[in-house]
Design a protein around this ligand. Structure first.
Ligand code: SF4
Length: 151
């Protein structure tokens, strides 16, 4: 994985710029369209390279210190769990640092979205697995919480 991973402020800036650039094209962002095929290929390659993205389709990178929570062995969307070691290690994979600990540390370096880590994330919608997180975000599917959640 690229060392870029440890540059949350830089990545946050790239996210903000990408969002601004893509916004005018959102009318062509249709789930299941050929445009989505292109988005999925690009996301898989770029985000896979930089963040070890697992293509959950509901990207919360900017709400988790530009750290992909799907790399947590428990795939926790709201972390950390109660099993973090005193040295910051993961209880499932002890030679790995807790992904959420990293997320918290990186979020403190961010300028615009750092405090979003304090917001509770909705449970994963597994139907979005493998789809474009950008398109899901722009069409409003990604942020939709299941009925009755959070009440
Ligand atoms: S949160 Fe989902 S879309 Fe974003 S990098 Fe992680 S697996 Fe990929």
């Amino acid at each position: 994985m690229l060392r870029l991973h440890n540059r949350p402020r830089l990545l946050e800036g790239a996210y903000r710029r990408s969002r601004r650039i893509l916004r005018p094209f959102r009318r062509w962002m249709v789930p299941g369209s050929k445009v989505e095929i292109v988005f999925v290929a690009v996301e898989r390659m770029l985000k896979g390279f930089i963040f070890d993205c697992r293509m959950c389709g509901q990207c919360v990178l900017h709400s988790a210190g530009m750290t992909c929570p799907m790399n947590c062995p428990k795939e926790m969307r709201n972390g950390p769990c109660g099993g973090v070691g005193a040295d910051g290690s993961c209880e499932i994979v002890p030679d790995m640092e807790c992904e959420w600990l990293r997320a918290w540390e990186r979020s403190r370096e961010m300028r615009f979205y750092g405090d979003e880590i304090l917001h509770a994330q909705a449970p994963l919608n597994h139907r979005l697995q493998g789809s474009s997180a950008w398109i899901n975000d722009f069409v409003g599917v990604a942020g939709k919480t299941p009925d009755g959640w959070g009440e």
